[in-house]
Design a protein around this ligand. Structure first.
Ligand SMILES: Cc1cc2nc3c(=O)[nH]c(=O)nc-3n(C[C@H](O)[C@H](O)[C@H](O)COP(=O)(O)OP(=O)(O)OC[C@H]3O[C@@H](n4cnc5c(N)ncnc54)[C@H](O)[C@@H]3O)c2cc1C
Length: 411
């Protein structure tokens, strides 16, 4: 399938982060040739999102990437919530009704490398160092001005997808609001090599009066450490991490950090786009929703958006359907993002709660959750994304509502 002469492409994707790559691969495997522009000269080689959930792996399996991800990643099945030495609740993911019943630990740069490889196998390459400058939308299509060291160029596309992150230019061009708020606290994040006596077989979330701490094993004998702090240093060092582990982790066993492989700080935002589509402009991933990393949902939600949008765009471009398949996109994926925002927001608020009595109530709530299997399973399904499976299933009526309509008219 190729775009007609007056279009350079059916779909222009702005941004080659994980969601742009997954969308481009979905389209390319369906025979559509997207153009992907990315303003960076190459991938960011930082680990950022470190967990891939069961529902995401189910969706990505259609792109042939779940196998390589499972090979490289570290498969864990347990997640515990603790107050220093006490385990308040332990979640298990080995019973999940999925062939990917695990928490797969894999740094984001490796996820992006595997997706890029799949995209290249599908015969599409990213235009690195190419930045979207402006968009002009008309009835007939979209004109996008892009710039690179080679100069400025106008690309004509039927659809433009903003996979361009939180500060999305596509979202701004579409005039779509990004409602929500930002948290006051900042977080530190570090990938370290250390002696960690509690072991490498589960992700641990510690509550402490000073704030939250997450310690998660990563492939290659490393650990991801995330902690909330009032004012984080720009690049936390081994001594900063050790101090946090000592003051918030298990009182009975400290940790000595040998190497900091990568560290950073970030602020949390809690926002969702007012709409996911404005005519020929669509949003996916962080361009559509951002929230706290509690529960590791951000990149996962974006990757599922990308797989769904890829299928809907394929239908819109290739099938002669009565209804516009893209009309379903926002109805399917925005409620899923709002559910994820609520989940991540609740976990974050509970984790950083202040005051002895409120902390006591919070711990009691988690103890109850740990003791009541139906409640626990609900949270496990929600974290794995499987409770939102329905939000990734294309409505049956769409694929059956085919009529003999010329392709142009169907757009
Ligand atoms: C420090 C840090 C830690 C994180 N930790 C976690 C975590 O533990 N768990 C989790 O789930 N998530 C985490 N995240 C969030 C996660 O990284 C994002 O959810 C994920 O990267 C979103 O993917 P995306 O493709 O939608 O957007 P991005 O990864 O932001 O990619 C957008 C791309 O668009 C490009 N771009 C932007 N504007 C233009 C333009 N005008 N023209 C061309 N290209 C453009 C950018 O260069 C970028 O490459 C973290 C993020 C950060 C920064």
């Amino acid at each position: 399938m190729t775009a007609p002469n007056h279009f350079d492409t059916d779909v222009l994707i702005v941004g080659a982060g994980p969601t742009g790559l997954a969308l481009a691969t979905t389209l390319s495997r369906a025979g559509i040739r997207p153009i992907v522009v990315e303003r960076l000269a190459a991938h960011q080689n930082t680990s950022r999102a470190a967990v891939i959930h069961a529902h995401t792996l189910e969706q990505l399996d259609g792109l042939g990437v779940s196998g390589p991800m499972l090979q490289e990643g570290l498969r864990l099945t347990r997640f515990s919530v603790r107050d220093r030495d006490q385990v308040l609740a332990r979640l298990n993911f080995d019973w999940l009704p999925s062939r990917f019943a695990c928490l797969l630990m894999l740094p984001q740069d490796r996820t992006e490398a595997i997706l890029t490889n799949a995209l290249e196998q599908a015969k599409t390459t990213v235009r690195w160092g190419c930045s979207l400058e402006s968009l002009r939308v008309s009835e007939a299509g979209v004109e996008a001005v892009v710039s690179s060291t080679a100069g400025t160029q106008t690309l004509r596309a039927r659809y433009v997808v903003g996979a361009d992150g939180m500060h999305s230019r596509v979202r701004q061009a579409a005039g779509i609001g990004f409602s929500g708020h930002s948290y006051e606290q900042s977080f530190i994040l570090a990938d370290v090599e250390m002696d960690w006596k509690p072991g490498r077989d589960e992700v641990m979330l510690f509550f402490s009066p000073e704030g939250l701490l997450v310690v998660a094993p990563l492939p290659g004998n490393a650990y991801r450490v995330v902690a909330s702090v009032d004012e984080a240093p720009a690049t936390p060092e081994a001594s900063d991490i050790e101090q946090i582990l000592r003051r918030r982790g298990p009182a009975s066993s400290g940790a000595s950090v040998q190497t900091v492989r990568w560290s950073s700080r970030f602020r949390l935002h809690h926002r969702v786009a007012d709409h996911y589509r404005h005519g020929r402009l669509l949003l996916v991933g962080d361009a559509a929703h951002v929230h706290s990393p509690a529960g590791g949902q951000g990149m996962n939600t974006g990757l599922v958006d990308a797989c769904v949008l890829g299928k809907l765009l394929t239908q819109a471009l290739s099938q002669r359907v009565l209804a516009d398949p893209l009309d379903s996109y926002e109805a399917m994926r925005r409620p899923a993002a709002k559910e994820v925002l609520a989940l991540a927001g609740r976990l974050t608020t509970m984790a950083i709660v202040k005051g002895t009595f409120r902390r006591f109530l919070r711990n009691l709530a988690f103890r109850l959750l740990g003791a009541l299997p139906p409640l626990r399973r609900r949270l496990e399904l929600s974290l794995s994304g499987l409770s939102r499976r329905a939000a990734a299933v294309l409505p049956a009526s769409q694929s059956s509502a085919v009529c003999e309509m010329p392709r142009e008219a169907a757009l």
